[in-house]
Design a protein around this ligand. Structure first.
Ligand code: IPE
Ligand code: IPE
Ligand code: MG
Length: 223
């Protein structure tokens, strides 16, 4: 049976959820936090060691300032509120992406990473200002002086250094694309496109995906 060490998620559909329920995209972002909590609990319970959440892409800067600020604010409040609890539960927080937000948020993110650095029960990777292409450029720049570049050199220069590739990638929100997420790391990942919007995504949906995953014959090129 396939086991899952690393689950990666493109949490999509918040805006549409908010518009549908109260004509406010931002309401959907807030509601989406409940799903984040649910998935975190699920991963702890099921010994999924790494959970990577795509929270803000390098392309999401193209959104209106108001929405961006709302998202960053939400993140700030959430971390301030939950960091102690997360730390007590021995969860490590790691940011994937360059921290180029407000000074205050950058500092808070650094603080959260440092505080939880030694926690080993589980690791949450928050992909923030994350873009796979940007990550690859960053990696190539780190190793450009080498005469010969190996796959390992690249693995060890990505933001995801020391993190195993995800076995599962889920995208909610009824859209079938990767939107610049983990292009290198997902070379052999099983991808699940989920129709439900992120705030509607529930424990039972995750169960169904895990069940489907456990039955997949993963070939990795073999027969
Ligand atoms: C995903 O939800 C969350 C972020 C990108 C921050 P969206 O905001 O993209 O929601 P839709 O796709 O517009 O419904
Ligand atoms: C992907 O969702 C990014 C995040 C979930 C953070 P988007 O809503 O930004 O993706 P596109 O633009 O529809 O591809
Ligand atoms: Mg979207």
């Amino acid at each position: 049976m396939n086991s899952v060490k690393h689950m990666a998620i493109i949490m999509d559909g918040n805006g549409r959820w908010g518009l549908k329920h109260r004509k406010s995209r931002n309401l959907g972002h807030k509601e989406g936090l409940k799903t984040v909590e649910m998935v975190m609990r699920y991963c702890i319970k099921n010994q999924v060691k790494f959970l990577t959440l795509y929270a803000f892409s390098t392309e999401n800067w193209k959104r209106p300032l108001k929405e961006r600020n709302y998202l960053f604010n939400l993140l700030e409040i959430y971390i301030k509120e939950k960091l102690e609890k997360i730390h007590k539960e021995k969860i490590r927080i790691k940011i994937l992406g360059e921290k180029n937000f407000s000074k205050r948020l950058n500092k808070l993110l650094d603080f959260a990473e440092k505080k939880t650095l030694k926690n080993t029960r589980m690791q949450i990777n928050l992909a923030l200002n994350y873009g796979s292409k940007k990550e690859l450029v960053y990696a190539f720049n780190k190793i450009k002086k080498k005469k010969r570049i190996s796959e390992n050199d690249i693995n060890n220069s990505l933001y995801t250094k020391n993190i195993p590739d995800p076995e599962i990638l889920i995208r909610t929100g009824n859209t079938q694309r990767l939107s610049n997420f983990l292009l290198w790391q997902a070379a052999y990942t099983e991808i699940f496109f989920e129709k439900k919007l992120w705030p509607d995504f529930k424990n039972e949906d995750l169960n169904k995906i895990m069940k489907r995953f456990s039955k997949i014959k993963r070939n990795f090129g073999k027969i």
